[in-house]
Design a protein around this ligand. Structure first.
Ligand SMILES: [Zn+2]
Length: 492
């Protein structure tokens, strides 16, 4: 029964069965992690997470393990190379359950591309290719986990000058190469000279919420944007002529100045954008062959009621078949996230905020669909709400608490303020503010952070997450974080 339970647990069809089985044997030994009874792990340790009768005596490989008052237990187990047998034994007045898990410690997988030989093209020989889909990552190394340098729009023209495994090497300038997954591009012919674009017009415009810097190009070329102390720089690659060479735009509105550098000998053109206020979000994209850089204007913040008329997008992490982390007694992260989001929506609306949600019920919305919903809105801030878990190799008794993740520099202050206010109100351990490349943290507009309220796999924090009052306080602490952030952002 436990075997089937564990195998089925991750499939959608098993959700109802799982629910019923939880109710049926609430006091029997249940293991929620590892997810299967025979599993491969490359880390030096794993943890056994589950629940049993609160009064049970529990041993894992003959070592006594603490059972918390809701029956939860979490135990770190060190792994030897090869096969590890882990015997879990639970005994109370009524039941005696024993189950053995097999964990094979295997060497970490090395990606094929990392091992593959580099195919170097002849100097000045390039393959001309175009990008298949929007939001294609251009990476620093030929590896799916390597740093993202930028994202490419569909139809961007790339000059390929090498290959390694599944990746093409893309020439941005004589001094700078980057990597794109081979199946993300369409390859055309080999050419003996780089194709270079030219710009016929650079213009500035604005509407109620945004400033726009538009560059009309002969075709789409790669570009990269970097956040600076007072605005942004944007670098265009593989360009031979820019209409705005050395021209300085004195501007009104929120863009203080725009300087477009002459095309340099390495065939790049750099835009220096200085803003009057801090950066409130930006996004660059192609509209046909026009490169549009859209910059969020400074919002109107009411000092007395900072959240009034501010649009906030809330994302309850996971949903549907994607349960997120599972706590020791089988409760799912997706349900906790949704409840916190609903409570948060209420307290934000009470302060006059406009609140939008990626999901309002238990549905599984793909991550990039959530991002599209968020980016298509005019929201100022996006918060993705989660409850945390760890990967094998970590110790849940050491690493726990509240953490907030960001990706873009513009969101660092938001992340720190959220963390400060949440731990102040909830009394949770500070698990840090971190730069983390996640689908929900990567958007540069709206300002985006992901909040891990507490850990599903820390027995005490799990107990708190299951407490309605704690979730209400969590929602209020997040509201306080937003209020504080907006207040601090108002110029005196
Ligand atoms: Zn999550």
């Amino acid at each position: 029964m436990k075997n089937i339970y564990n195998i089925l647990k991750n499939s959608c069809a098993a959700v109802l069965l799982l629910f019923l089985s939880n109710v049926a044997d609430a006091d029997a030994l249940q293991i929620v992690y590892p997810k299967t009874m025979n599993t491969d792990i490359s880390a030096a340790s794993t943890f056994i997470i589950g629940s049993t009768a609160p009064d049970a005596k529990l041993k894992i490989n003959d070592i006594d393990v603490k059972v918390h008052d809701n029956g939860s237990f979490v135990q770190v187990v060190t792994l030897s190379d090869g096969k590890n047998e882990i015997k879990i034994d639970s005994q109370d007045t009524q039941n005696h359950d024993t189950v053995t898990y097999i964990i094979n410690r295997v060497p970490p997988k090395i990606s094929e591309s990392a091992q593959a030989a580099l195919e170097e093209f002849a100097p000045d020989e390039f393959i001309y290719a175009t990008v298949l889909n929007n939001n294609t990552p251009l990476r620093a190394q030929p590896d799916e986990y390597a740093k993202r340098l930028t994202h490419l729009d569909k139809n961007t023209v790339l000059m390929i000058n090498g290959k390694k495994g599944d990746y093409y090497r893309v020439s941005l300038s004589p001094a700078e190469n980057a990597w794109v997954k081979a199946d993300c591009v369409i390859k055309y012919s080999t050419i003996n000279q780089k194709m270079l674009a030219s710009a016929s017009r650079v213009s500035l415009s604005e509407d109620r919420l945004y400033n726009y810097i538009k560059t009309d190009l002969s075709f789409q070329i790669p570009f990269k944007i970097v956040e600076t102390d007072n605005g942004l720089t944007m670098e265009l690659y593989n360009i031979e002529k820019n209409a705005a060479d050395t021209l300085l735009f004195e501007t009104t509105g929120d863009v203080k100045s725009l300087t477009v550098n002459s095309v340099s000998p390495d065939k790049t053109s750099t835009y220096y954008i200085e803003l009057k206020d801090k950066l409130w979000g930006y996004r660059a994209y192609y509209d046909d062959n026009t490169l549009v850089l859209k910059i969020r204007k400074v919002p109107d913040i009411d000092k007395e009621k900072p959240l009034k008329n501010i649009t906030i997008f809330l994302d309850a992490g996971h949903g549907g078949c994607d349960t997120g982390a599972i706590g020791p007694t089988g409760q799912k992260e997706k349900d906790i996230n949704l409840d916190v989001v609903k409570k948060l929506k209420k307290v934000l609306e009470d302060e006059g905020a406009k609140v939008l949600l990626t999901r309002e019920d238990d549905t599984n919305i793909p991550l990039y669909d959530r991002v599209k919903m968020i980016q298509d809105s005019d929201a100022l801030i996006s918060l993705s709400i989660h409850a945390n878990a760890l990967a094998d190799g970590a110790d849940p008794y050491v690493k726990h608490g509240t953490s907030v993740f960001y990706y873009n520099r513009e969101s660092v202050e938001l992340a720190k303020t959220m963390r400060d206010e949440i731990i102040k109100k909830l009394g949770t351990k500070d698990d840090g503010v971190g730069l983390y490349s996640l689908v929900m943290t990567r958007p540069s507009m709206p300002l985006s952070v992901l909040i891990e309220v507490a850990y599903m796999i820390h027995p005490e924090e799990y107990k708190l997450l299951l407490d309605e009052n704690f979730r209400q306080k969590a929602a209020e602490s997040i509201r306080d974080g937003l209020t504080e952030y907006l207040l601090r952002s108002v110029k005196p």
